[in-house]
Design a protein around this ligand. Structure first.
Ligand SMILES: Nc1ncnc2c1ncn2[C@@H]1O[C@H](COP(=O)(O)OP(=O)(O)OP(=O)(O)O)[C@@H](O)[C@H]1O
Length: 646
């Protein structure tokens, strides 16, 4: 009867820190399954493939330094082998029968050889370390470039997945670092394997029983090292979210973006306390690992010590039993010492490689996930100039949520028309704009460009035909000019730039900048200047207008603009609609009066549509919202359908 109880998976994660339920990790968390699959044996068998990947990166980074790193390390290993053989020769010469001067003379060639080989080995090692040192930053760069080229190509929805965010954070902070080092560790393994080959040959020639005994001395230490590396890796994975959170807190507390808000709201004590609480949680979790690692290593060291004693005891027994002459025993003693040192170094290199391999395998998985989330860059029909964009029966829920943000939405935007989307906060306007831009894919329904589904169009060409002025825009730490012209590929075109500046009102912003268009829009860099909210919005509008797109999607483009700038921008949209279509999202209902068609969204549904006059006559949600805004100007009491604001 089999009495063995089934093995219970070890709990991988530290306890959740009090008050931080968002950091809870469970054994059912997806990564735990991955770790179970990455058993020691499986990981060791995957190492060659991982090393091959690392070598490919190294080759890409610098073929010369890769050849030097591997070649010099292997050569250094070969010279270690020569040193060992020569030292054994010295001992055998010295312990041989005969008068001392003759024995010394017999040992002299081996002595000279050992000295020369040791010197050459040292020189080769130094050169190998130099090549390895050059290779590391070059590989890191190659991997970093690959990482950002993948993360910038994935579908937007990837960033709504917290596991993906954790994985990318680990890839950035640990994976890239380890990828730069694994080639060096692999080269160290090659070095030690070559010198070990010599040890194994010498030891086996001296006595066959010595080799397995030698292997026994290092096996427990190697097991302990690999086991503790796995513990550290498992804990780092479990702490991914905490570490990402700490990274975000550090960024917020050391950078400018949140500096004013942090001070104005007296948030400092709360943030510092939160920061301390999470870092204490990380510290405690890591300290707990240190304890377990120490125990594991102690067990490995004790077992290794016992095996070493047994090896030397076997040597003495062979000597006493007359099975081994004294000269051979002396050589064997030395070879065992050298062999143990070489095996220890090999174990250390394998362990470093194994630990790097864990992170590298995580990095490769992140790359793989990124590729699976990336739409094909080529292929697809070329979208011609826009005649009509049609959204039909579109349903959409964000990946992390169950409720639909949009349900059964149908709208049409034709060339030469300004179409407005209005509705209260959270009604789904920005979501619809993002779907039309092709950044998210609807769960149901279709979005067509001149009758072809946008998913079947070449994504690059589609994006080039859409000018997006987003509600949450990013101001890059570049010059004012680059902040605008980066919206279209290729060199800046002065005519287009001039037009975009004029239409958006950003020309007035640039006029006031000390270095005009060359001024960096970030005071953290030399000669940089900061802009007001409205000025930033004008730059963002210029960016959206610069590509002279077929469809301009303007999501709340005037929220921060003064009345004159707002009026000017709305006239711009009217003018832009001559050669293009404009989809305008706004809460300023005075501006929608001149729109050709208005769709009113409510809780993700289109509840009304028509011209301004139609909708006012209809007396629904639009008329109510318009009435509230108009009343604020003419002092009348608004006709509210919903509950009154107290
Ligand atoms: N990335 C996201 N993940 C999950 N839910 C989201 C995400 N972005 C928006 N939502 C939700 O989708 C719904 C529609 O949001 P959306 O931003 O489209 O509204 P909106 O009409 O543009 O609002 P506002 O007028 O405030 O800009 C809201 O309930 C919002 O909470």
């Amino acid at each position: 009867m089999n009495r063995r109880r089934p093995r219970r998976p070890r709990r991988p994660a530290p306890a959740t820190p009090a008050g931080l339920p968002e950091l809870a990790t469970s054994r059912f968390h997806p990564w735990f399954g991955d770790l179970q699959r990455l058993s020691l044996w499986r990981m060791l068998t995957r190492l060659p493939a991982l090393i091959a990947t690392a070598l490919r990166w190294s080759w890409k980074a610098s073929p010369r330094d890769t050849l030097l790193t591997v070649g010099l390390n292997v050569a250094a290993g070969a010279f270690s082998a020569i040193v060992l053989t020569a030292v054994v020769g010295i001992l055998q010469g010295l312990f041989a029968e005969g008068p001392t001067p003759e024995r010394l003379q017999a040992a002299l060639p081996s002595l000279l050889l050992a000295g020369a080989a040791a010197l050459t080995r040292a020189a080769l090692r130094s050169a190998a370390i130099w090549a390895q040192g050059r290779l590391t930053p070059m590989v890191e760069r190659v991997v970093e470039v690959e990482l950002v080229s993948l993360t910038t190509a994935t579908r937007l929805e990837a960033f709504d997945d917290s596991d993906w965010c954790d994985q990318i954070h680990r890839a950035r902070t640990l994976g890239v670092y380890e990828a730069g080092r694994i080639t060096g560790y692999a080269a160290d393994i090659a070095t030690e394997l070559v010198s070990l080959l010599a040890v194994a040959t010498v030891v086996t020639v001296l006595h066959p029983v010595l080799l397995p005994l030698l292997a026994l001395t290092v096996a427990p230490v190697g097991w302990a090292a690999i086991r503790s590396a796995r513990m550290r890796y498992a804990r780092m994975r479990a702490l991914s979210t905490s570490n990402r959170l700490l990274y975000m807190y550090t960024h917020a507390m050391t950078e400018r973006e949140a500096a004013a808000e942090l001070r104005a709201y007296a948030m400092r004590p709360m943030l510092l306390a939160e920061f301390a609480r999470i870092s204490d949680h990380v510290r405690d979790a890591l300290l707990a690992v240190v304890g377990r690692q120490t125990t594991t290593r102690a067990v490995g060291d004790v077992l290794g010590g016992i095996a070493t004693l047994a090896t030397y005891a076997a040597l003495v027994a062979l000597l006493l039993a007359g099975l081994m002459p004294l000269a051979v025993a002396g050589a064997a003693y030395l070879a065992l010492g050298q062999g143990k040192a070489a095996l220890d170094r090999l174990m250390s290199a394998v362990n470093s490689c194994y630990e790097s391999g864990l992170y590298l395998s995580d990095l490769l998985e992140a790359f793989d996930h990124a590729r699976r989330r990336t739409p094909p860059a080529t292929g697809g029909t070329s979208p011609g100039p826009l005649k009509e964009l049609r959204v039909q029966g579109v349903d959409f829920a964000y990946p992390a949520t169950e409720a639909n943000a949009l349900t059964g939405v149908s709208i049409t935007v034709e060339r030469g028309r300004v179409v407005a989307l209005v509705g209260e906060n959270g009604s789904g306007k920005s979501t619809l704009a993002t779907l039309i831009s092709g950044l998210y894919v609807p769960d149901a329904g279709t979005i067509t460009w001149n009758g072809t589904g946008i998913a079947d169009l070449a994504p690059g060409e589609l994006h080039a035909r859409i000018g997006l002025i987003r509600q949450q825009y990013h101001q890059w730490p570049f010059s004012a000019e680059r902040n605008i012209t980066m919206a279209a590929p290729g060199a800046a075109e002065p005519d287009r730039l001039g037009r975009a500046l004029r239409l958006s009102g950003a020309d007035q912003v640039v006029e006031d900048l000390a270095h005009g268009l060359d001024t960096p829009l970030d005071t953290r860099f030399k000669d940089g200047e900061d802009l007001s909210g409205g000025q930033r919005q004008r730059i963002a509008a210029a960016r959206g207008l610069y590509p002279q797109a077929d469809l301009v999607i303007a999501d709340e483009p005037t929220a921060a603009l003064d009345a004159r700038a707002e009026e000017r921008l709305f006239s711009t949209f009217q003018a832009a609609a001559d050669g293009a279509a404009v989809l305008l999202i706004t809460h300023r209902l005075a501006s929608t009066r001149s729109a050709d068609w208005i769709y009113v969204l409510d809780h993700g549904h289109v509840v009304e549509q028509g011209t301004h006059t139609d909708l006012i006559t209809h007396g629904g949600l639009y008329a109510e919202l318009y009435g509230i805004q108009a009343a604020a100007y003419n002092g009348a009491t608004p006709n509210r359908h919903t509950e009154e604001v107290p």
